[in-house]
Design a protein around this ligand. Structure first.
Ligand code: C2E
Ligand code: CA
Ligand code: CA
Length: 586
């Protein structure tokens, strides 16, 4: 707006300057341009330097709420209305113009209004006449009220630098401050600590309780974090459920531990939202300047890796950066890159481990376990890439591939052994993905002429606990076609009976850790027996994992366990070997 008005104004000035010498014609045109400007929202001023007198238009007075003539007639009188913080710059701007350094005088400052409030004003003007020696005699210019523009500029600045949900500095402002703090620390030879704080399982809460609750949880968490640090430290929200804290002026390193532990404890306190109690924990990664690194980018990476380590350590804790994390992070990155191509290049293979009916010794099921035939690393086991696949979302493609291979294998094996069942692992990350893959699995069964009951999907207890609508829908659609559901690693998680009933679970797989130390009279045996009794009451069958010895098998059989799986019977095998050993008649 002000730019477009400035165009014609400029042209007018040019005209005036072009007619400089004959002062009568100047006077004639004066009436015209004053009239033109009065019609705009600008106030006009006309300053005669020899007398220091200023003509100010009616509109000029109106902007600031004064009646015409109320402001003293000199330029100095006008100057007294300028905000003291802006005065120096305004005077410099006019000096620069008078000295010929700027073609147009431009200055922004606050002016005091009649009612005592301040208005941001844009003043523009130029010399319109000089004496014979070229010294300026007269300036004409305008005042425009730019308060609204200043307000929206401030708002834009706020939006650009602060997170709208928590009002904490956002990534941009955080990095800016971090840079400053590094410079300060360098100058004063001080240490800094950078913390990455991630709320554990926030996504599940957000999905289950809704985004309003999620937002409130973020706000509350932000406030709690602020309470854990000093006023000079910075708390920021980087996005999602990730916060950062910058601890400055560190003298004793014990302080970092104390703050980290306080944060863990504070976040773990229940959040009360209306009738709802929400529980959450935090994982914290910590890196130190200059101990770990001096560059901002590397420090940020370090803190992220340390947080990853804290998460892997079972969450709800903090972890300092160590150089070995860098190597681990590098391997993860390489794995992720290679994994992207693995499916296309046919490197994903499936091995099958027999599941034995304990009472008869018959192999009636097999678990499909993924293997990655890496061109350089050889056969890579899931422990080395499933987590990366989950983090990168590649698990969906890989899971689809495993399912496709396993389903085809099932179709073949069922021709010889009609009741044969294949169990397939499905991680929570796969349930979180879209519906596509779901229908894809069912279509494939259809195409292969496989009944649903030929497939058992292995899920973890955690999935049921955090279950949101999408997960439940997917489980139900499995049930609808007759597919079976097994709880993997049973006993290592929450082991909620209510959930087993609610989700119509078909099998429990007792975790290897229970099978491992199975002796007569051992606690583990008591647990296995109890699980079997309970499961059977609920109409659920039990599969023991990790059976390595005959003694273990015998104890499990005696405990009433239905199936067993483990190295005693066989390691997981490629399909052809599996066939050779367990289906020799084919
Ligand atoms: P899991 O589902 O608990 O699979 C059983 C793991 O125990 C397998 O390891 C298997 O080789 C191993 N195992 C079998 N019998 C014994 C035994 O007697 N003693 C011992 N110590 N171990 C035994 P693997 O193949 O390395 O798989 C590891 C994990 O990777 C699996 O644990 C499963 O959670 C995951 N996984 C494997 N394949 C897939 C897949 O296709 N999709 C997904 N999402 N996860 C998979
Ligand atoms: Ca499994
Ligand atoms: Ca397992």
């Amino acid at each position: 707006m002000k730019q477009s008005l400035w165009g014609p104004l400029s042209a007018l000035y040019a005209k005036i300057r072009g007619q400089q010498a004959p002062s009568q014609s100047l006077q004639i045109s004066e009436a015209r341009w004053k009239l033109a400007l009065e019609g705009s929202n600008m106030g006009v001023w006309d300053w005669h330097l020899d007398t220091d007198l200023v003509y100010r238009s009616d509109q000029w007075h109106e902007i600031f709420g004064y009646s015409t003539g109320e402001v003293g007639a000199t330029a100095q009188d006008g100057r007294t209305l300028i905000h003291p913080d802006d005065l120096e710059q305004a005077i410099q701007d006019i000096k620069d113009h008078l000295a010929g350094k700027t073609p147009i005088f431009t200055s922004e400052f606050r002016m005091r209004c009649k009612d005592g409030s301040w208005k941001w004003t844009l003043s523009r003007g130029m010399i319109v006449s000089t004496d014979t020696r070229g010294r300026p005699l007269r300036l004409i210019g305008t005042h425009t009220d730019i308060s609204e523009q200043k307000r929206s500029e401030a708002e834009m600045l706020r939006l650009a630098h602060y997170d709208p949900i928590t009002d904490l500095p956002n990534r941009i402002l955080f990095l800016d401050r971090f840079e400053q703090e590094i410079r300060k620390a360098q100058r004063h030879r001080r240490s800094l600590a950078l913390m990455f704080i991630d709320l554990d399982r926030f996504k599940e809460i957000n999905d289950t309780l809704g985004h309003d609750t999620g937002d409130r949880l973020l706000q509350e968490s932000g406030l709690r974090l602020l309470e854990c640090v000093r006023a000079t430290d910075t708390v920021a929200r980087l996005g999602g459920d990730e916060f950062t804290i910058l601890l400055t002026n560190l003298e004793d390193m014990g302080h970092v531990d104390r703050v980290a532990q306080t944060i863990i404890d504070t976040i773990a306190q229940p959040f009360q939202f209306g009738d709802e109690m929400v529980y959450i924990t935090a994982s914290i990664g910590i890196t130190l300047y200059p101990h770990d690194a001096t560059g901002m980018e590397i420090l940020v990476k370090n803190a992220d890796q340390a947080m990853y380590a804290a998460k892997n350590n079972g969450r709800n804790g903090y972890h300092y950066f160590t150089p070995s994390m860098q190597a681990a992070a590098f391997l993860r990155m390489r794995t992720a890159n290679d994994l992207r191509k693995a499916v296309q290049l046919g490197q994903i293979q499936v091995h099958y481990q027999p599941i034995v009916e304990l009472a008869t010794g018959r192999v009636s099921k097999a678990e499909a376990l993924v293997r990655w035939a890496h061109p350089e690393r050889g056969l890579v086991y899931p422990g080395e890439f499933i987590a990366v696949a989950e983090d990168t979302g590649l698990i969906t493609t890989i899971g689809d591939e495993v399912f496709a291979q396993a389903a085809r294998q099932t179709a073949l094996w069922r021709q010889a052994f009609p009741g044969f069942q294949m169990t397939v692992n499905k991680s929570p990350a796969q349930f979180r993905n879209n519906e596509r893959e779901q229908s894809h699995w069912l279509e494939l069964l259809d195409a292969l002429g496989l009944p649903g009951e030929s497939i058992v999907v292995e899920i973890t207890e955690g999935l049921l606990l955090d279950a949101h609508a999408q997960t439940i829908r997917k489980l139900e659609s499995f049930h609808d076609v007759g597919m079976r559901i097994a709880i993997d690693d049973f006993g290592t998680g929450y082991s909620s009976l209510a959930y087993l009933k609610k989700f119509e679970i078909d099998y429990l797989k007792i975790d290897q850790s229970f099978t491992a130390n199975l002796h007569p009279e051992s606690d583990n045996l008591a647990i296995c027996e109890a699980v079997v009794v309970m499961a059977h009451k609920l109409g659920i069958q039990v599969i023991a994992e990790g059976v390595e010895t005959e003694a273990q098998r015998d104890l499990l059989l005696k405990a009433g366990c239905d199936y067993a799986q483990g190295f005693l019977f066989s390691h997981p095998l490629p399909a052809s070997e599996f066939e050779g050993r367990f289906f020799p008649t084919r």
